[in-house]
Design a protein around this ligand. Structure first.
Ligand code: GDP
Ligand code: MG
Length: 441
């Protein structure tokens, strides 16, 4: 498994604190193979590896895990982020009837997914739903949707033989308006291969129905091929999301990563079977675990990080409850961040930290700055640490020299400390730790 391979790569690394570029590159060779085995498209693999390499180099390794495990966690987090870390819901904010157009190749699972989504919107969201099949190529296609609609308890547009897809769509819109339907699902025709006739038909339907959502339905088992399909569709219509079908098969999840990267659109649903209930919101964590095949390692590292958080957080919490926050507290925080793998890892570990990280990056604060700040506090006397207001111009020059930084850097740190101390007082006022949500949420 990838975990064994990474273990080998990192055996010689034991005892060292941070992941070096060479170590990370060696690990990435293994990750690359794992991704290709999971059927991720090659250009996507390249992009992913570059990104993770940049993020992993220089990260320090948690004490209780091996470097290999830590890398797996970094890779996992990057996968989750690339797969879409926020839940992507359907956007139904428009005047009814809100149109959802389903597109994709023949056999991808469009008609089944249409019925599944219709059922879900009706049962879980209380929407009044109508479905219409625009598939005039296959004789039984419209009948198939009608039968599924009956099973799902969702209305379908009555079938009128001899109409074109645009004519059916026009009739569906009209009928949906008359019946005060909330959501109209249009199941378009598929082809065995992407061709211009299919694209033109799809565009014509989109032009008259103005869909709020255009969902590309892709069979996750088609792996690499799914990428070409996605590219072709994304170039022709404004996709808003992807539905990945046959996630119940032995797909290793590679298609999901490729889809997301190629279309830039969120995967909104994963379909997991033929039954009409077999659909769920897409879960990036689960798919990331499937690609790497190592959910347990990820949880080990998470636990290790959580333990550290717990210890230090308890100490800090006790002081915060009293509204205290001096340089020693700040230093403890900085060291904790450092140990947990710097700002990057922290952002991946704690909910809400992503925003904080983005803000820090914007103000030019990165992992190097963490080290600088630690050095600055290290150059202060014990008295200065508990009473930072003692730091006058002369003392600042001394501290800057001692830490190899500038007076400007020292001032920046003091300002940051002041703001944090203020926040701590605020928290005390707001009722202690309960108020913390406001800071990190
Ligand atoms: P369409 O041509 O794109 O409309 O595809 P269909 O909806 O007709 O589906 C083709 C076949 O795939 C049918 O037999 C479906 O029951 C089956 N199918 C659709 N989605 C899934 C899924 O998520 N898992 C499995 N195992 N089968 C599926
Ligand atoms: Mg169909």
């Amino acid at each position: 498994s990838l975990s064994d391979r990474l273990g080998g790569v990192f055996d010689r690394l034991r005892g060292r604190g941070a992941l070096s570029e060479d170590d990370v590159r060696a690990a990435m060779r293994e990750v690359r193979i794992a991704l290709l085995e999971a059927d991720v498209a090659l250009p996507v693999v390249r992009r992913f590896i570059d990104r993770v390499t940049e993020e992993a180099v220089g990260q320090s390794v948690l004490k209780s895990v091996t470097p290999g495990q830590q890398v797996v966690k970094i890779v996992n987090d990057a996968l989750v982020e690339m797969l879409g870390s926020e839940a992507a819901d359907l956007d139904l904010a428009a005047a009814p009837p809100v149109v959802i157009m389903m597109v994709g190749l023949q056999g991808s699972g469009k008609t089944t997914s249409t019925a599944k989504i219709g059922k879900l919107l009706k049962e879980k969201r209380g929407k009044k739903v109508m479905m219409a099949s625009l598939d005039v190529n296959r004789p039984a296609a419209q009948e198939q949707l009608r039968v599924l609609g009956e099973q799902a308890g969702v209305a379908t547009l009555p079938i009128v033989p001899g109409q074109s897809p645009v004519e059916i769509a026009t009739r569906a819109l009209h009928s949906a308006k008359l019946q005060a339907v909330d959501v109209l699902l249009l199941d378009t025709a598929g082809r065995l291969h992407v061709d211009q006739a299919l694209m033109d038909e799809m565009k014509a339907v989109a032009a008259i129905s103005v869909p709020k959502e255009t969902l590309l339905v892709v069979d996750s088992l088609t792996g690499q091929d799914a990428v070409n399909v996605a590219q072709a569709f994304a170039g022709e219509v404004d996709l808003t999301g992807v539905v990945l079908t046959r996630m119940d098969g032995d797909a290793r999840g590679g298609a999901a990563l490729s889809m997301r990267a190629v279309t830039g659109k969120p995967i909104k649903f994963a379909a997991t079977g033929e039954k009409l209930d077999a659909i769920e919101p897409f879960q990036p964590e689960r798919v990331a675990g499937r690609i790497l095949g190592m959910g347990d390692i990820v949880s080990i590292v998470e636990k290790a990080a959580a333990t550290i958080k717990q210890d230090e957080a308890e100490k800090l919490a006790a002081r915060m409850a009293k509204g205290q926050f001096d340089m020693n507290d700040l230093r403890m925080q900085l060291q904790q961040m450092q140990r947990m793998g710097g700002l990057g890892a922290l952002a991946g570990l704690m909910p809400g930290m992503k925003k904080a990280k983005a803000a820090m990056a914007q103000s030019g604060m990165d992992d190097k700055v963490l080290l600088h700040m630690d050095a600055i506090i290290g150059s202060m006397t014990a008295k200065e640490r508990t009473k930072p207001e003692l730091l006058n111009a002369k003392r600042k020059i001394r501290v800057a020299k001692g830490s190899g930084t500038t007076v400007q850097d020292v001032n920046k740190l003091l300002k940051m400390h002041m703001e944090m101390a203020k926040a701590m007082k605020q928290i005390k006022k707001m009722g202690g730790l309960k108020g913390l949500g406001a800071l990190f949420g």
